[in-house]
Write a protein of this length. Structure first.
Length: 1051
């Protein structure tokens, strides 16, 4: 086709070198059109690029590092499986880099190894730890590769399966990893596991020699053989367990490294799962051993699942605790089966009696098992692992009927507190309900979900409605399920996909709370309906939580008055506690909680109760029904955002004081940001007492009363993010005070708290955001001392992302700007500003690269000047960085803004608003970089070919409109209907390069473009003498362009 004539061949290298030599003369004026062709050709040929640049290509894969590190942010849960995203991203990156599958898979492994090494000494705190990073390396990437290989196998058939290019590329990529000893050093917690994997290979190798090199004849193993292991051995085991490679990998040269003595008299400890499979009863010692040891096969999970469904009450509870233990967080070789098993156990099959009473009795009979599973999945690593597997919609669907059922049952009349070691209706409901709320930002104001106007947020947050929609779509497209990838391993009886859709309307109690919560966030409480039954319940709750107050006549009274804000009443009786405790179903209790909160907060504001009494009453409320914490967070978050409450002094008298810890944390935050190139001002001058808005002070005072107990993870999972969100929603700089108070409570969380506080300045300071973005680009362009042609000798990737988060004495300095960006980008309020800043940095970097090329070396000496292809290559890499940073900051909506607003506005701007007098080379390189960034953003988001229905549901539905709008803009300029303000050379380079990239790598995009638009662009390209590109554009426009192609050929 015509496109092949655009691609460089070997004889064009001479033309390119001659052209570069001619440009090096001072008197020579470059032809922008010819330069565009050179840059386009450079972009399309790896071999030519490698010959001319001599630079490493690791930066071409920077998107892998960005995505993986961004996925480790436990504050953000996604609805799409990382397996699906990595698969599509790998295929796209392989296509646009024109790389081999060996290079692509190798880049994946290297990025994941960097991810693990970056936190080999993880911070202590309520954040995802090393297990989650290992999940990425040892489970998600193998599963994504399995999906890529399966596509090739399905296309080519089963014959010759082992000799297919992708599978051979995987084997070669694994063999290449041997040379990266620095990245393969296992964290201390994995040394024994890695040694065991290496010893397994050593045993295989020794036995293979005994039987004459025939692996099929290997019998019993000699378990006394030892070897030294590293991360490669764990990676290989993960691939073998999924049938991606076979055990001949044990025979690779250099794979087995024996220690000084190959024999050891001490035998390895037998796995407790062996005893379990042999029928040993689930005694406490065996149960504890199984909780701490991950299962190794699906058969073990099958037996455990059978016990969880059909065993005795004690066995069911034990099986639930076991499956939520090490098998869930560290069972990497079977993890995809474990997560599905847990979700299946959260949805116990209902009996044939489908009546409401029958369902209630059934749930009550499963109360202990469900409570054990709910506590297990509340662990921070577990929640994040479900998110990485894309199981959030399925977990939500499993929790909704539990919440509906247990929230409709009243507690026993003697119920006093839920936060004790007993299983009750309230405890199961609270755990299920708070787990459900952790899956989306239930406390965010409704406007956060919308596409805001200029200067507002464009983030797409999960909502309960969207989670339900995604769950139902997986029933319609079962093969797109997050963990449905069949890598050749056996499947368990718990791996079936859900068959029945769910709807919020099917859960009337949950739906009523959902609507009330949205109304409470959107408007003040007086806007809600004043129904007497709710007020009567609120009075009972007030009587209960205020029973310990020493003052009389403080709060309790008649809430049915005209305004619930003017509550007053008589003294409280404490003689009959049981009378004061309402024994109501949880849904009825929750409905009244907002009125209770408004009454208590108003009374404290007017001085009718002390701050200590208010904190005590709120804690009593949460102790009685922990689910009340949801209403507390929503109500206080909304009141803080409204900004109508006075600030109170945190002086240690009425409210807790942060003391000297405040200035210490502020100094550390400033030091960390300064090390990353960001300078900020102090928010709290010394000598001025720190203050917080009243609702914020009340919320933080409540949170520091909770014990740090693993059984309370479902509570801590809510309050941690709620505090950060409230601090971000307030105009008052609150996060350092909150951090100082929590540092005093939990000193070992100091580093985690400081790292959390670095987000605070970026929510209100655009200058700090601009400095951070600029620092990301400057660090990326900085050459590392070990730079070379190797894929790990990344040109600035180490400086951008950092090699370690922590050191021997706390946080590692200097802190990498890319890591800070990924942890703070969701706090950037004005994402439009972020889009413009990133695009301008890409343009500025390309300008500097062009100037560096123009000024480097004697003007008349050919060998003194680096080739232009080097500058073009780096401009392309900078564009990839810009695309990655933009996508993680705003997602699909911000990419839409880039296509439809940001870039067209910049092209229409007057030239002096960009860069003054860029010169012909710089202007062309700027257009080239802009085209690459726009293309990379779209291709990373929408893929280079047909994708799964889940991805289509999430992202692809916008592509035709977004790309079509931008192509209409290009056609309008070429047709003369829109006047440009940028340099003509920049415009020509931009259009030519963007069209070239779309034609070559994503021609399917062109089928959605209007025929008239394609024809106008083709005419414009022909006017620049780009006849081949114009023809290629029309050829790929689909059947509608056939006549236009014929007309072009006849001309």
């Amino acid at each position: 086709m015509a496109l092949e004539r655009l691609l460089p061949t070997s004889h064009k290298i001479d033309d390119l070198v001659m052209y570069i030599w001619r440009v090096s003369n001072l008197d020579y004026q470059p032809n922008n059109k010819r330069l565009v062709g050179v840059l386009g050709n450079l972009r399309s040929s790896n071999s030519m690029l490698g010959q001319l640049t001599g630079a490493g290509r690791a930066a071409c894969w920077i998107i892998f590092d960005i995505y993986m590190e961004n996925a480790m942010d436990g504050r953000h849960l996604g609805g799409i499986s990382a397996i699906e995203i990595i698969k599509e991203m790998s295929k796209t990156a392989q296509a646009i880099n024109e790389a081999s599958w060996q290079e692509t898979f190798k880049a994946l492994w290297i990025s994941a190894l960097r991810l693990v090494q970056r936190a080999r000494e993880p911070l202590e705190g309520p954040i995802p730890h090393l297990d989650t990073r290992l999940c990425m390396l040892l489970a998600l990437i193998p599963l994504a590769i399995a999906a890529i290989l399966k596509e090739e196998t399905d296309a080519c058939g089963a014959e010759g399966n082992k000799s297919l290019p992708r599978r051979l590329g995987l084997v070669s990529s694994l063999q290449d990893l041997v040379q990266y000893s620095g990245l393969l050093v296992p964290p201390s917690s994995l040394v024994n596991v890695a040694n065991a994997a290496a010893s397994k290979a050593a045993i295989f190798r020794a036995n293979c020699k005994v039987v004459g090199g025939n692996p099929s004849m290997i019998g019993q193993s000699d378990s006394s053989t030892k070897a030294v292991g590293n991360m490669l051995h764990l990676i290989v085991e993960a691939c073998i367990s999924r049938n991606l490679i076979d055990t001949t990998a044990y025979l690779w040269p250099g794979y087995v490294v024996l220690p000084g003595h190959s024999k050891d008299t001490s035998l390895p400890q037998e796995s407790p799962w062996v005893n379990f499979m042999q029928g040993a009863p689930l005694s406490d010692p065996l149960k504890n051993a199984l909780i701490a040891t991950p299962a190794s096969s699906v058969a073990e999970l099958d037996k455990l699942y059978h016990i969880a469904l059909n065993g005795s009450e004690q066995e069911k509870s034990a099986a639930a605790k076991i499956v939520c233990g090490a098998s869930l967080v560290r069972g990497w070789n079977i993890q995809e089966h474990v997560v599905r098993m847990v979700v299946k156990l959260l949805s116990p099959p209902l009996p044939s009696d489908s009546s409401l009473q029958g369902s209630m009795s059934h749930y009550l009979s499963q109360k202990s098992t469900l409570n054990a599973i709910l506590l297990g999945v509340s662990y921070v690593d577990a929640v994040h692992i479900f998110s990485l597997y894309g199981m959030v919609p399925d977990v939500a669907a499993a929790l909704m009927p539990l919440c509906e059922a247990f929230g409709s049952m009243p507690p026993p009349s003697n119920h006093r507190s839920t936060i004790v070691d007993e299983t009750s209706v309230y405890s199961v409901f609270s755990c299920a309900f708070l787990c459900l709320l952790r899956l989306w930002k239930f406390y965010k104001p409704p406007q956060e979900y919308c596409l805001a106007g200029r200067g507002g947020s464009v983030r797409l947050e999960l909502t309960l409605d969207y989670l339900v929609l995604m769950h139902n779509s997986r029933i319609e497209f079962p093969n797109s399920s997050a963990t449905s990838t069949n890598s050749g391993s056996s499947t368990g009886s718990f791996d079936e996909v859900p068959t029945q859709p769910i709807y919020i309307d099917s859960f009337p109690k949950l739906r009523a709370w959902y609507i009330q919560n949205q109304a409470c966030i959107a408007s003040t409480l007086s806007g809600l309906g004043n129904t007497n039954p709710v007020h009567q319940v609120a009075n009972k709750i007030l009587s209960m939580i205020c029973r310990k107050m020493t003052k009389s006549g403080v709060v309790s009274g008649n809430l049915s008055s005209a305004s619930s804000s003017s509550v007053s009443g008589s003294s409280l009786s404490t003689s009959d506690d049981s009378y004061q405790r309402p024994t109501l179903p949880a849904w009825e209790f929750l409905e009244a909680v907002p009125y209770v909160l408004e009454a208590v907060l108003t009374a404290c504001y007017h001085g009718r109760i002390s701050s200590r009494d208010m904190t005590t009453s709120l804690r009593d409320l949460v102790d009685f029904l922990p689910a009340s914490l949801a209403a507390i967070v929503s109500y206080f978050s909304a009141e803080i955002t409204r900004g109508i409450w006075k600030a109170v002094p945190m002086n240690g008298t009425e409210w807790p004081s942060p003391g000297a810890a405040l200035h210490s944390i502020e100094d550390e935050v400033k030091e960390i940001l300064a090390s990353a190139g960001v300078q900020i001002h102090s928010c709290y001058p010394r000598g001025v007492p720190p203050m917080l808005p009243l609702p914020m002070a009340a919320l933080v005072s409540l949170t520091i009363t909770f014990k740090l107990d693993r059984s309370l993870d479902y509570i801590h999972g809510i309050i941690g993010q709620a505090l950060e969100n409230c601090a971000g929603g307030s105009s008052w700089p609150s996060m350092p005070i909150i951090g100082a108070l929590w540092t005093q409570k939990v000193r070992r969380w100091h580093d985690f708290i400081v790292l959390s506080c670095i987000r605070s300045p970026f929510g209100r300071d655009k200058d700090a955001v601009a400095q951070l973005i600029q620092s990301c680009f400057s660090s990326f362009l900085r050459s590392s001392p070990s730079s070379g042609s190797d894929i790990t000798a990344s040109r600035g990737v180490g400086a951008l992302m950092g090699e370690s988060i922590t050191g021997h004495q706390g946080l590692h300095f200097p802190m990498a700007p890319g890591f800070i960006y990924l942890r703070t980008c969701r706090t950037f309020h004005d994402t439009y500003f972020v889009s413009e800043m990133i695009l301008r940095q890409v343009i500025d970097c390309s300008h500097k690269l062009a100037n560096g090329w123009s000024s480097n070396g004697p003007p008349h000496l050919k060998s003194g000047r680096p080739p232009l292809s080097g500058a073009a290559s780096m401009a392309s890499q900078v564009a990839m960085l810009g695309a990655g940073l933009l996508c993680v900051a705003g997602g699909p909506l911000l990419v839409q803004v880039l296509y439809e607003e940001t870039l067209p506005t910049l092209l229409l701007s007057a030239q002096e608003q960009m860069l003054e007098d860029p010169g012909p080379v710089a202007s062309t390189l700027q257009g080239y970089a802009m085209a690459n960034m726009l293309f990379f953003c779209g291709s990373l988001l929408w893929g280079s070919e047909k994708t799964s229905p889940i991805m289509k549901l999430s992202f692809l539905s916008r592509r035709p409109r977004v790309v079509g709008t931008h192509m209409d803009f290009i056609a309008g300029v070429l047709d003369g209907h829109i006047l440009l303000g940028c340099d003509p050379g920049t415009w020509k380079a931009y259009v030519s390069c963007f069209v070239f990239l779309v034609v070559k790598f994503v021609p399917t995009w062109l089928r959605d473009i209007k025929l008239d638009t394609l024809k106008k662009i083709a005419v414009g390209l022909r006017s620049w003498h780009e006849h081949d590109l114009a023809l290629s554009l029309l050829e790929r426009g689909g059947p509608k362009t056939i006549s236009a192609v014929v007309e072009t050929l006849l001309q």
